[in-house]
Ligand binder design. Structure first.
Ligand SMILES: *[C@@H]1O[C@H](CO)[C@@H](O)[C@H](O)[C@H]1NC(C)=O
Ligand SMILES: *[C@@H]1O[C@H](CO)[C@@H](O)[C@H](O)[C@H]1NC(C)=O
Length: 617
């Protein structure tokens, strides 16, 4: 084949295996015959190795830990390691709690190994036995070979491990099964003694009585067109609102981590036969969101992506994500999904504290996450924050500001490299929160709105009085003007009447003194005065004509003016007649009768004018 693999050779180890303890692995099965699940699972891009170890203490001292070594090249890809006690076939495995595991540095061990130590719940005494289930999950452990393929080619990958279980303890009986994707195209595999291929499985063993650190490299080269979706970075933001919502926003930076795509990409070819012309590409990803998720969206920097589907039932909400183009090896895409969740499903109270209980990992299955940054944004005013995560993570605090925030919201940031589905475990963020703080923002809003409304009312009120009064004020002003005009008219009429009186008086004087000249002078003065008054009257009457508010009173005023004019004319004719009588000394009954007639009319008119004045008043 002409390829070189980093073969791991433990020749030194085999020569100088130290006597670590009196433990012996009486049986190692990396094959689960009962359930039929292969113990080295290569069906996806993630390698899962489950091992069942029957541990037996042949020594006299109790043993409290079991050591698990991994070759360095494997250990750097180790994403998850868990060990549980297998209580026997009857018990469900999931009920067993994981045992504590720590990185260990045992002395005088062969080089090139990374060690983990599993602490047993109680020491294993002389002759006692125990069965451990160990799950190790590796990412980036399947190497594409060839490393570059064209659009139409299938993707082949290489996996490397040991046919013998690598252990510091002697292994009495062991076997291994490698499970490949269904209907496997097996390019090559390492054949040693007791190797059988059956269906999509390669079985190694059983092998008996292998000494500590036995190692026999096996290489499997096979077709694997599973979606090699790798999130180089995933930022999940979980924002708690005590008003009933948990808002989750997830930013993905995805790459196809499989064989690099080379040559031109032909969409035409791809669309015509996507399974043949793009077998190694991935089109869909499925995110399993919690039940009752709402306001789900999926977008990238261009905008919303409509080619996604949402299925909702009582157990889960499933979002099928379809990027804008198929993702081939080495291609990248980034997008954001977001959704809201009911607060009561995730926020609980205990001993005066609140706590968020939320899943750590990402909702997309079989996604490898190189770097996961998880931010929990707590409500403003939260304090005494405590985080509980079931595995080691980097952790720090930040502050986030959004609208109405005064001091900012505390943000707990958790960072973890190399995250897989097994990390979808619950973590808790405990914090204290004063309920009064909850009221701060609404109070701010309420007082804000209150002042706004007060301001509005004041403004509206002011505006109303101005506009209302401006209408009524103008009307009032106009009415005042009308009244003033009417008063002036009355005034003028009264002054006319006074002049009439003066003329009458001059006539009486005339009859007593016979001084015609004096009477004429009075008449002349009266004429000019009346003329003046008549001039003054004209604009007032014109104004009353133009003013709508004077409409009602106008006829009476006009009648008054007409009557006064009539009265004036009659008075003048009487005056002239009487003066004539005295001048020409004609006298006589006829004239006296004429004057008496005029006098009657004058008296009547005078009465009418005075009545009219009173009516107008
Ligand atoms: C994108 O989708 C979300 C949720 O469906 C919606 O609220 C938003 O208005 C959409 N934005 C655009 C630009 O269409
Ligand atoms: C968190 O939620 C999970 C799943 O609902 C549950 O099994 C677990 O007990 C919860 N943890 C705590 C501390 O309440």
């Amino acid at each position: 084949m002409g390829i070189r693999f980093d073969l791991f050779i433990l020749s030194i180890a085999l020569l100088s295996a130290p006597c670590l303890s009196d433990l012996v692995l009486s049986k190692v099965d990396r094959r689960d015959d009962m359930t039929g699940i292969a113990s080295v699972d290569l069906t996806s891009q993630i390698v899962r190795i489950t091992s069942t170890l029957k541990v037996e203490n042949l020594g006299t001292d109790p043993v409290s830990e079991v050591l698990l070594p991994f070759p360095e090249h494997q250990a750097k890809n180790l994403a998850y390691l868990a060990a549980t006690i297998n209580e026997g076939k009857g018990k469900a495995k999931s009920s067993a709690a994981s045992l504590p595991i720590e990185v260990a540095h045992p002395k005088e061990m062969p080089p090139g190994l990374i060690w983990y130590s599993v602490s047993l719940p109680k020491g294993l005494g002389k002759g006692e036995r125990l069965t451990l289930d160990v799950l190790a999950v590796f990412t980036h452990a399947l190497r594409p070979f060839p490393e570059k393929i064209s659009q139409a080619e299938n993707q082949f990958v290489v996996f490397q491990d040991s046919a013998y279980y690598l252990s510091p303890y002697a292994v009495k009986v062991q076997s291994l099964s490698v499970k490949l994707p269904s209907d496997p195209k097996l390019e090559s595999y390492t054949k040693i003694e007791n190797t059988v291929v059956s269906g999509s499985e390669i079985k190694y063993g059983p092998y008996e009585n292998r000494p500590p650190f036995s190692y026999s490299s096996i290489i499997v080269h096979f077709e694997n067109n599973q979606p090699f979706a790798v999130a180089q970075e995933l930022v999940r933001e979980i924002e708690i609102s005590h008003w009933g919502n948990v808002q989750v926003t997830e930013h993905y930076n995805l790459i196809h981590g499989g064989a690099q795509s080379m040559g031109e990409f032909s969409r035409l070819d791809y669309q015509a036969r996507p399974h043949v012309r793009g077998a190694s590409a991935f089109r869909h990803l499925v995110a399993k969101l919690p039940p009752r998720a709402h306001s789900v969206y999926y977008r990238d920097e261009i905008g919303n992506i409509s080619t996604s589907h949402l299925w909702v039932d009582s157990k889960k909400t499933q979002l099928e994500i379809e990027p804008r183009y198929p993702i081939f090896g080495g291609w990248k895409t980034s997008f954001t999904i977001g959704y809201g969740l009911p607060l009561k499903d995730f926020l609980f109270q205990t001993e005066g504290k609140r706590f968020l209980n939320f899943s750590f990992g990402c909702p997309i299955n079989d996604l490898v996450i190189d770097n996961l940054i998880l931010k929990v944004v707590l409500p403003e005013g939260s304090r005494d924050i405590l985080v509980s995560v079931p595995f080691p993570v980097k952790q720090w605090h930040e502050t986030k500001f959004s609208h109405l925030d005064m001091v900012g919201r505390p943000v707990v940031v958790l960072e973890k490299m190399n995250v897989v589905q097994e990390h979808n475990q619950h973590f808790q963020v405990y914090y204290k929160f004063n309920n009064l703080s909850l009221l701060r923002e609404p109070l701010m809003l309420i007082s804000g709105f209150f002042f706004l409304f007060v301001a509005c009312i004041v403004y509206m009120h002011a505006d109303l009085t101005i506009s209302k009064s401006s209408a009524s004020y103008v009307a009032k002003l106009q009415w005042d003007e009308v009244q003033t005009a009417i008063q002036q008219v009355q005034n003028i009429i009264n002054r006319c009447l006074t002049i009439h009186d003066r003329l009458e008086a001059s006539l009486r004087d005339l009859s007593r003194t016979g001084d015609v000249q004096a009477c004429k002078a009075t008449r002349k003065a009266a004429d000019s005065s009346l003329k003046e008054l008549s001039k003054e009257l004209k604009p007032l009457v014109a104004f009353l004509h133009s003013s709508p508010q004077a409409a009602q009173i106008l006829p009476k005023v006009e009648e008054l003016v007409v009557k006064e004019r009539e009265l004036q004319e009659k008075l003048m004719s009487k005056h002239s007649t009487v003066v004539d009588i005295y001048e020409k000394k004609t006298g006589g009954r006829e004239i006296e009768n004429r004057v008496a007639l005029i006098q009657q009319k004058l008296t009547a008119l005078r009465q009418e004018v005075e009545d009219q004045l009173e009516a107008i008043d």
